[in-house]
Design a protein around this ligand. Structure first.
Ligand SMILES: Nc1nc2c(ncn2[C@@H]2O[C@H](COP(=O)(O)OP(=O)(O)OP(=O)(O)O)[C@@H](O)[C@H]2O)c(=O)[nH]1
Ligand SMILES: [Mg+2]
Length: 221
């Protein structure tokens, strides 16, 4: 019985996600869903990413957290429209679902957006199960989390189109084997593009930005 209920929730979500996808396609908005465990550096990475992409691309962000507007405040400093969702207001969900994105999008002028970035709730499990109508998914894994997370949480790495290995500025202080981390990612998702970056120093951003720009351009033309 429980399994049936979960299945129904995901089926309803899938239908709503398709409606979102149709709307985003009509409006020619590329949607990127960014996911990770709490604190791996999603917001910091997105702050730098937005600074590089503007003004060539018109960007906006939907950011999900259980509580606080901390991330929305940080992202708004880049000057893009930001919609904060607090899932604590409706049950404290550990992920953003398609119906929540539909509501948040009502607060945005989609005619004036090329790239809509969704920073999902910090969680390496649940967000991967919920299609929100996005065009691409990126997982951020920081080098302080251990190499084996892709093996322990494979769904996230299987479902994403690219992976960011963040906080490489800390490598000199850690016993972290970055080649082993890559192997774990590629075991789950062969050919996954992996970008080594430091959102703090800005190191390694160009290949990541080039990948994202190309994805967006492919949809806009
Ligand atoms: N040294 C270092 N610290 C970083 C880097 N990126 C982020 N941080 C720090 O890591 C902490 C968490 O970063 P956030 O960007 O808030 O992480 P997040 O994934 O958005 O966190 P949640 O939204 O709470 O899940 C902050 O103290 C950042 O300053 C990095 O590349 N290097
Ligand atoms: Mg954040």
């Amino acid at each position: 019985m429980e399994i049936k209920i979960v299945r129904k929730v995901l089926d309803v979500n899938a239908k709503m996600a398709e409606q979102n996808r149709k709307l985003f396609s009509e409006k020619k908005v590329f949607v990127l869903n960014v996911m990770s465990s709490p604190g791996s550096g999603k917001t910091t990475t997105l702050q730098k990413t937005l600074l590089h992409l503007m003004p060539d691309l018109k960007c906006a962000v939907i950011v999900g957290d259980i509580c606080t507007t901390n991330d929305a405040d940080r992202l708004a400093t880049s000057g893009v429209p930001v919609v904060q969702i607090n899932t604590g207001d409706f049950g404290g969900d550990c992920h953003l679902a398609a119906h929540v994105i539909e509501k948040a999008a009502l607060d945005l002028n989609l005619d004036d957006i090329d790239l809509l970035i969704v920073e999902n709730v910090g969680n390496l499990v649940c967000p991967a199960e919920f299609d929100i109508g996005e065009d691409a998914r990126t997982v951020v894994l920081s080098v302080t989390e251990g190499e084996d997370k892709p093996a322990k949480y494979p769904l996230m790495f299987r479902e994403c189109d690219s992976a960011i290995l963040n906080k490489i500025d800390l490598l000199p202080y850690l016993d972290y084997d970055i080649e082993l981390a890559r192997k774990y990612i590629l075991d789950v998702h062969p050919d996954m593009p992996i970008f080594d970056i430091s959102a703090k120093t800005g190191e390694g951003f160009e290949p990541w930005l080039a990948w994202l720009r190309k994805k967006v351009q492919q949809k806009l033309i």
